[in-house]
Design a binder for this molecule. Structure first.
Ligand SMILES: Cc1cc2nc3c(=O)[nH]c(=O)nc-3n(C[C@H](O)[C@H](O)[C@H](O)COP(=O)(O)OP(=O)(O)OC[C@H]3O[C@@H](n4cnc5c(N)ncnc54)[C@H](O)[C@@H]3O)c2cc1C
Length: 373
């Protein structure tokens, strides 16, 4: 592991500071055109930046409090798959608006009977001339109710082996026959949805990769998703952080209870381990490596840490922490209540903790693979 941070005179640091001086309040479009939204993507979409340059750019943008385009699924995991497997025409069509956030993306993979065992999916896509006719049901589709486009897995060959009959599509969410129903969660809010597809026509030009190559592309997407979520930190970057927890404790004059103090130290240790593990992944990437199974380890640790932080805050708040309840007073609840109620989802979304453990067991520890069906 390399602990030294890129120097002050790193060429990328000098370049972005010069650019920010000329563009002090860049919008999504300006950031995308400059290649700063996903600098690690190849040109012209990014800058073909190595991990060190990417770190420098992220540091500088965060330091200047620059708001990045809000399109996590588009930028985090749909985009990288299109970069890797899309045709030139598909890249020209979708990547600019993914990067500048002018289109919003969702992921239509999971089904009622296909979550961890995603390859069991049953949504059908039947070729009809220049189109596919798609019928099936998706579930847990995050932000599908706001999305313009969705990445979709569907079975094009029901007679092929389970992993081989799947294809990868990009769905215009305004297509006739697409019905999105919101799911209200125990937070009282709405994060994900059910998506029903009835005879939805998708142009064949919206298929990414070859027919039957969907499982390979899905694995690319899922790898990018794991990395993206694990980089987000506590609550995948959607809520209060471990730093916010310690700031709240300090604002109340610290902790007097011995057990609480010990738990707080443990949380600090967990956070340090996560940070160092992040540096390890970065070091590996700086030397041209792929995060591989390390992304699963980091996601596993980060998700459990997120739950520990939320649980600790809930306990610290005592009876007052129990008052917030979903429903009528949902809007009045603060971010900690929301975080506590959302936190069970951390060890499920993006691949459950058990699935991450299976990956680590098989790919890192070399334990026997699960029996094939
Ligand atoms: C917040 C959130 C956002 C999500 N967003 C999206 C989205 O945008 N798009 C999308 O397509 N999906 C999304 N999902 C769905 C998510 O990918 C699935 O919930 C997840 O893959 C688990 O599938 P499942 O819910 O069907 O549970 P199941 O697969 O039925 O698992 C049930 C339990 O069995 C365990 N289990 C299953 N198989 C094994 C095994 N082989 N070994 C050991 N234990 C096992 C699991 O760990 C779990 O505890 C989201 C989920 C959450 C929580």
């Amino acid at each position: 592991m390399d602990f030294s941070m890129p120097p002050e005179d790193h060429p990328a640091r000098v370049a972005i500071r010069t650019w920010l001086a000329a563009n002090p309040e860049p919008d999504g479009r300006a950031l995308a055109v400059a290649g700063y939204v996903a600098p690690h993507w190849p040109e012209p979409w990014g800058l073909g930046a190595d991990a060190e340059t990417r770190l420098v750019i992220e540091q500088e943008l965060a330091g200047a409090s620059i708001a990045m385009p809000d399109n996590p699924i588009g930028i985090g995991w749909a985009g990288p798959t299109i970069v890797a497997a899309g045709t030139e025409e598909q890249k020209q069509r979708w990547l600019p608006s993914i990067l500048d956030g002018s289109t919003f993306w969702c992921q239509l993979f999971s089904e009622p009977d296909a979550g961890s065992d995603l390859a069991a999916l049953r949504t059908r896509a039947v070729r009809d001339g220049d189109e596919y006719v798609v019928t099936g049901q998706k579930i847990w589709s995050t932000w599908a109710n706001h999305a313009d486009w969705g990445i979709l897995l569907a079975r094009t060959d029901p007679d092929a082996a389970k992993h081989e009959g799947i294809s990868y599509f990009v769905l215009d969410m305004a297509s006739e026959g697409t019905e999105v129903r919101e799911i209200i969660e125990m937070t009282g809010g709405n994060h994900f949805n059910e998506t029903f597809l009835t005879d939805v026509r998708i142009p064949a030009e919206n298929r990414v990769g070859d027919e039957g190559d969907g499982w390979r592309l899905a694995r690319l997407t899922l790898g990018a998703e794991r990395l993206s979520l694990s980089e987000g930190g506590v609550l995948w970057g959607m809520g209060p952080t471990t730093g916010d927890l310690f700031a709240a404790i300090a604002a109340k004059g610290g902790l007097s209870d011995e057990v609480d103090r010990r738990r707080a130290v443990t949380l600090h240790e967990e956070e340090m381990i996560l940070r160092l593990f992040g540096y390890r992944i970065l070091t590996k990437m700086m030397h041209g490596g792929d995060p591989g199974v390390d992304a699963s380890i980091r996601k596993l640790l980060a998700d459990l840490h997120g739950q520990h932080v939320m649980d600790f805050m809930k306990n610290l708040r005592g009876p007052a922490g129990m008052v917030g309840a979903p429903g009528e007073h949902a809007a009045e609840r603060d971010v900690w209540d929301w975080g506590f109620l959302f936190s069970p989802a951390l060890t499920v979304g993006g691949g459950t903790t058990e699935v991450q453990r299976n990956i680590i067991a098989e790919r890192l520890l070399g334990l026997p693979r699960e029996p094939a069906e």
